[in-house]
Write a protein that binds this ligand. Structure first.
Ligand code: MV4
Length: 446
């Protein structure tokens, strides 16, 4: 097993990875910007290296600085975490070229899934249902017949996209003519590649994703699905497993589809296949070749430490589990708590003057906050994930309500009050929501 792992990330996910390393007797190297010198993951690491000033492009995206830090400290492997360079195939390849182990998928799988059209084509080849759609459409002359074949309403998506950026809806030929150039320009601006493709727009789907673990030696398991429909502006707010919308047979079906495809691909490490689910049909939309923010709810119901498995797999071990040994039990819900105003979501960085995390049976808090910590304004506003496990969904809701009341984060504004409103909302309590419900709920309650 590795002697020393460099964690090329910050905040709660860096601390989460540090925890798995420490439990396995692996030394940790924390890299940090000058804004994160006093962060908890830096305080707990065995070694620390300052890799630059606060802007991500000069620090957490600074490949040369990160590789130099790994060289200086003699790290054996690098864990990219999520965001930043986690799905950058060139970074993964550079890590390996410099003699370090990249704790994640093979660079070619990162690259494949980063191209949303190629990812869909691979999924279709691997027997996974995808949204009816087209390949790249260069201009209106190509887009119009493609749209007619798919049927309106149409969603125009960036091939290099993902996360919802640059998507445009067209409900008629006239709107297609208007939206196509807009989408191409935004794709060019956001992702540096203007290629776009078309899909049938699903009006009221749920967002269901399947957690996969593969060892790259034929072993692949799934850890159930996560319902990530409760989002606003493509930022997830609450995630839960199992999805209130799926029955056991649908769960097994989508799990088996995902596992079969990943086995065929020879996938290594943690990965998540994203689906839209509408009228009892699943449609693959994209795959995330990294650990995800919401991975803890899958850990809570399966008992599998996903980061530990990533480390073991990266070190060449076979998966520690066969599918038959995976028992998904109970229900888990994650509330993402941001340093933002709960009313208008304006960022609220600053010093945390008071801090008390909730506890008790089935309560997990993944956060790097502490009393006196200064939340910097330079990075995304996620400061804590309140993860609740219970034997049933109703037990989770009761426990979540109690834990939210108990959680004290003083000195800055947080979205805890939003979660307290959500946990009492009839549609949420009934599990009766789609990807648009939360934006309506927040808009209505503004
Ligand atoms: C879709 C869709 C509906 N129809 N594709 C959003 C980001 C990326 N994961 C893909 N996403 C979607 N793709 C088709 N054909 C709905 C989403 C979607 C979404 C769209 C608009 C507003 C919020 C959304 C939240 C999750 C998914």
């Amino acid at each position: 097993m590795f002697e020393k792992v460099l964690i090329a990330n910050r905040g709660e996910i860096a601390l989460r990875i540090h925890r798995a390393c420490r439990e396995m007797g692996i030394k940790t190297v924390a890299v940090h910007s000058t804004a994160d010198t006093h962060a908890m993951n830096v305080r707990l690491a065995d070694e620390t290296v300052c890799i630059g000033p606060p802007p991500a492009r000069d620090s957490y995206l600074n490949v040369a600085a990160i590789l130099s830090a790994a060289t200086i400290t003699g790290a054996d492997a690098i864990h990219p975490g999520l965001g930043f360079l986690a799905e950058n195939a060139d970074f993964a390849a550079a890590v390996e070229e410099h003699g370090f182990v990249f704790i994640g998928p093979a660079p070619e799988h990162i690259r494949l899934m980063g191209d949303k059209i190629a990812a869909k084509a691979a999924a279709a080849r691997l027997g996974i249902p995808t949204v009816p759609g087209s390949s790249t459409v260069r201009d209106l002359a190509a887009a119009e017949p493609a749209a007619d074949a798919i049927g309106y309403p149409i969603l125009i998506k960036a091939a290099a996209g993902g996360g919802g950026r640059g998507m445009k809806i067209a409900r008629s030929r006239a709107e297609l003519a208007q939206m196509l150039p807009l989408a191409q320009r935004e794709a060019e601006a956001f992702f540096g590649h203007g290629e776009v493709y078309l899909e049938r727009f699903l009006e009221r789907p749920r967002h269901i994703e399947v957690q996969i673990l593969g060892d790259g030696q034929g072993g692949v398991v799934h850890l159930g699905e996560r319902d990530c429909s409760l989002q606003r502006t493509h930022q997830k707010v609450i995630e839960e497993t199992p999805s209130p919308a799926l029955g056991p047979d649908e769960r097994d079906r989508i799990g088996a589809l995902a596992v079969g495809a990943m086995r065929e691909l020879g996938y290594r490490s943690a990965g998540t296949l994203e689906f839209l689910y509408q009228d009892r049909e699943f449609f693959f939309i994209e795959m995330n070749t990294r650990l995800q923010v919401e991975h803890p709810i899958s850990e809570m119901v399966s008992g599998v430490d996903i980061v530990r498995e990533q480390l073991r797999i990266a070190d060449g071990a076979a998966l520690g589990y066969r599918q038959a040994e995976i028992r998904l039990s109970g229900h888990a819900i994650e509330c993402r708590i941001n340093a933002e105003s709960p009313d208008d979501f304006r960022p609220s960085p600053g010093r945390v003057t008071d801090y008390h995390a909730p506890g008790g049976l089935g309560v997990r808090v993944d956060s790097a906050l502490y009393q006196g910590y200064v939340v910097p304004p330079f990075y995304d506003s996620l400061i804590s994930k309140l993860v609740i496990h219970g034997r049933s969904r109703s037990e989770c809701l009761m426990r979540l309500r109690r834990a939210l009341e108990e959680y004290v984060i003083g000195g800055i504004e947080t979205t805890i009050p939003l979660h307290q409103r959500l946990v009492d909302a009839r549609a949420f309590i009934d599990g009766d929501y789609d990807i648009h419900w939360l934006e309506r709920f927040v808009g209505r309650n503004r």
